[in-house]
Write a protein that binds this ligand. Structure first.
Ligand code: NAG
Ligand code: NAG
Ligand code: NAG
Length: 404
């Protein structure tokens, strides 16, 4: 067996064990037929694509911090009057509610999906945390934060299971083919972390760009904790990840969108891209002194190591906005060197927050440009937040990017 097969078998066994474990707990019956046959993963319609009204809407869920998914997992930082009837189930309720209210095309979970130390069983917590999105049938993707692996599964196992869950389009890492580095004579390079992948969003159905990528979604593993020069600090995005990202981005340079009409007024520029990861980059604290939209309420818990993520994004040119989590009571967007960096704002009730400051989520809306006959490239990218209050208040709407 070569190492790849071995790896796949291991993943498969992990998944079976997770399933078996869940059966024993009489949980998630929907995963099985009555005769206990393991059911095949349900997949969404792929590729991801814009709607026929020219829009694509993403819901970012940051820091669900899910525990057991029962009323045992209590809420943190809610008003004393709210405490008694507040648990993980409120996080579930919020997720169901916001999916109904916003009707997104895709969900991006930016880490600390589960809170390891409150999850005696990681697989069970994951199934419960992602339950509403699996039931919704909407495509979704997740990356890991620094707390996901603190329970019974390591980061590779977590990403494997997440990639095998219903309607998930998450990937463990790029395929081997995508890790072959042409600039190093075709030598295969190893990538750091688990949960580095690219998802392409195609143009509107029936449009000239129906078979072309018009928006890229980059997912990166920002790690958990690390020791750097003898000091404990948070993880960071490594050079191997940035190298892979640069190559992916470069492939879109000058892509011929329509081979039949190469001279049509379709730009041969790289399509705009959005990036998603958990831990803020070390430049985020600079935004304290700049104009921001939203609230800066806590110190940025970033890594001491600056691995040049901002410079990489600037030189790539396609990343227009970056969506992060980690600091639950920061929910702002701020601009660094022409790129927007936006926090999701804490979503989960078992994660720390601020009493009286509602849990929240971010929405990202990309809109296409109307050509003479059909929808074309992305024209504009907007964002706003929704609060888990009575009216699901919509706040801080802003434009992140507009094509010239
Ligand atoms: C298990 O149940 C499913 C659906 O109920 C059926 O299609 C399948 O043939 C059954 N398998 C076995 C081994 O009985
Ligand atoms: C949590 O959910 C319950 C209903 O299940 C609701 O009564 C309560 O107000 C919610 N608490 C918060 C803080 O949203
Ligand atoms: C996209 O692909 C489909 C299926 O192969 C084809 O029918 C359609 O004409 C293509 N559209 C364009 C604009 O190339």
């Amino acid at each position: 067996m070569d190492s790849q097969n071995w790896k796949h078998s291991l993943l498969y066994i992990t998944f079976l064990l997770a399933i078996l474990h869940l059966t024993q707990n009489h949980f998630c019956h929907k995963l099985f037929f009555a005769n206990q046959t393991v059911r095949v993963k349900k997949n969404p319609d792929l590729p991801l694509r814009f709607r026929s009204d020219g829009t694509f809407k993403i819901l970012q869920v940051a820091d669900m911090h899910y525990g057991t998914g029962t009323s045992v997992t209590r809420c943190r930082d809610v008003l004393a009057s709210e405490f008694e009837f507040c648990s993980d189930l409120n996080t579930t309720r919020f997720l169901k509610r916001i999916i109904l209210a916003e009707n997104p095309d895709f969900l991006a979970f930016t880490g600390d999906n589960i809170f390891g130390s409150s999850s005696p069983d990681a697989a069970e917590s994951l199934f419960r945390a992602f339950g509403p999105v699996m039931e919704s049938g909407l495509p979704w993707a997740a990356v890991l934060g620094n707390h996901d692996q603190e329970s019974t599964m390591d980061r590779e196992e977590l990403m494997s299971l997440i990639s095998l869950m219903d309607y998930s389009v998450s990937q463990i890492n790029p395929s081997d083919d995508d890790l072959i580095n042409p600039s190093k004579g075709g030598v295969m390079t190893k990538i750091d972390g688990f949960g580095n992948y690219n998802l392409r969003v195609y143009g509107a159905p029936g449009s000239m760009l129906a078979n072309s990528t018009v928006l890229n979604l980059f997912f990166l593993d920002s790690g958990d904790r690390s020791v750097y020069q003898g000091i404990r600090t948070y993880g960071w995005i490594k050079e191997s990840q940035l190298n892979w990202l640069r190559r992916v981005s470069h492939e879109f340079q000058g892509q011929k969108r329509d081979p039949l009409h190469p001279t049509d007024a379709i730009s041969t520029m790289k399509p705009p891209a959005l990036a998603f990861f958990h831990i803020p980059i070390p430049e985020i604290p600079h935004l304290f002194y700049k104009e921001i939209i939203g609230q800066f309420q806590e110190a940025v818990a970033c890594s001491r190591v600056n691995s040049g993520v901002l410079q990489a994004f600037v030189s790539m040119g396609d990343v227009k906005a970056v969506f992060i989590g980690h600091d639950h009571t920061n929910d702002f967007c701020g601009n660094l060197d022409g790129i927007w960096f936006c926090y999701g704002g804490g979503f989960g009730y078992h994660g720390y927050g601020k009493a009286g400051w509602p849990r929240r989520a971010r929405i990202i809306l990309a809109e296409l440009q109307k050509g003479k006959k059909s929808w074309m490239d992305v024209q504009r990218i907007m964002t706003w937040k929704r609060l888990d209050d009575e009216k699901m208040s919509k706040i801080d709407e802003q434009i992140l990017w507009q094509s010239r």
